[in-house]
Design a protein around this ligand. Sequence first.
Ligand code: KIV
Ligand code: ZN
Length: 524
Amino acid sequence: MPRRIIIFDTTLRDGEQAPGASLGEQQKITLAHQLAALGVDVIEAGFPISSPEDFRAVTRVAKEVKGPVIAGLARTREEDIQACWEAVKHAERPRIHTFIGTSDIHIERKLRKTREEVLEIAVASVKFARKLCPDVEFSAEDALRTDFDYLCRVVEAAIAAGATTINIPDTVGYTVPWEMEQTIRGLFDRVPNITDAVISVHCHNDLGLAVANSLAAVKAGAGQVECTVNGIGERAGNASLEEIVMTLKTRRDRFDAETNIDTTQIMKTSRMVANFTGFVVQPNKAIVGANAFAHEAGVHQHGVLMDRQTYEIMRPEDVGLTESVLTLGRRSGRHGLRRRLQELGYELTDEQIEEAYRRFLAIADRKKQVYDEDLELIMRDMFGRETGMWRLVGFQVMSGAAPSEEQESAPFSTAVVTLRRQGKIRGPVAEVGNGPVDALYRAIERAVGEKRLSLVDYSLRSVSMGTDAMGEAMVRITDGTTESWGKSASTDILEASAKAFVSAINRLAILRQRAQNEHANGAK
Ligand code: KIV
Ligand code: ZN
């Protein structure tokens, strides 16, 4: 019998911690439903004490998403653990995940404690969590840089205190596969009560080894792997869910292990994560990159035509990659729209379908064919909308060119914008600039009362096919301390540019608020 490996997805928690990845509440709920359809065993939905928004999102996931265990993260503090419980308790199967640093550098420099004190805190926190919840995970943060004898003592004590899962994180992505294997085997050899808990790993990708290290841990006996869709996460990211799952499936001969993942849902989930976070998947990314199944070289194409297995170790359909390019048009109707959105992983209420349909018609009026990419943009816009945020009400741009010798001194574009927030109109506000985008951005900045924003990056790309395709603008901005990004698409590239800038300003407000909350709660 193959061993069943538990897939613990932390896209909504560690993945969302990636700079610039912040997800809106409705995006998190939609993604959590898709993760359940993918078949993950555990969804780590957030860090409830970190902000009221995170608390609300975890609570909603716990109430609304059926199937997987719903976990929340908590430091080893009673107030964190209590807040986590208040959020996850609504789930069919809730889990409290508590953690503390166990490496000397964490203990001495970050926590300013002794090893004995940290051990006591770990035990007390697990006991406290167990009084609230039958399913408690304990993580020894920075485990792979922790003194091994001490790690064994912490793991044994946490299990004795009631932890049902013990996680061994490579927090800084420092280990190598054979060291990870040795560590996990060592724990199985040395910790007497080790079989009373599930042993988990959680690898970061700083050296590009997160997946290899996770698989080495599975080989050594780990029963749970923590990972994120597309490998998103802090710094270089976390171990990628799709790579782990497809390796276990493709090389079952080597691992004799299986997961509960419906691999045909992988592409859908990957696209949703990329769409909502704005983190485009690199074309050569294993499993989900645009080129992962593309054969360009003539000799490969020839081989694949003779027998796919000559150059293909996985079938594209196994990861949910379908060849069909389906388009919708003005006459497709609500029913056709709903069905295509379902196929893309978006399950909408009747009210949401009405809104999606209105937006769909607005695009279909301007373009003959509406592609999946266009529908995904509608979903990102609809689910990304937060209350209390700026919205672009209208704009007008006039642009021209100055005679070349005058260009230095005379900006030749003018923009007028009107924005709205919480029902209040700001504008019209006019500004001049060097080109239409500059004028637009200056006017928007003035309207929202921002003074020192710098544009770090600005790009435009065509989203689908044809000269009437939607243009997607992507901007990165900074106020000198916090960096934010925004994206928007329209058949009018100036509208897309303006909306992307407004979206970046809205996200900046969320990120500033989050930084303030983290400061108030003490750093992780
Ligand atoms: O990387 C890490 O150590 C973590 C823990 C909170 C599990 O994310
Ligand atoms: Zn992590």
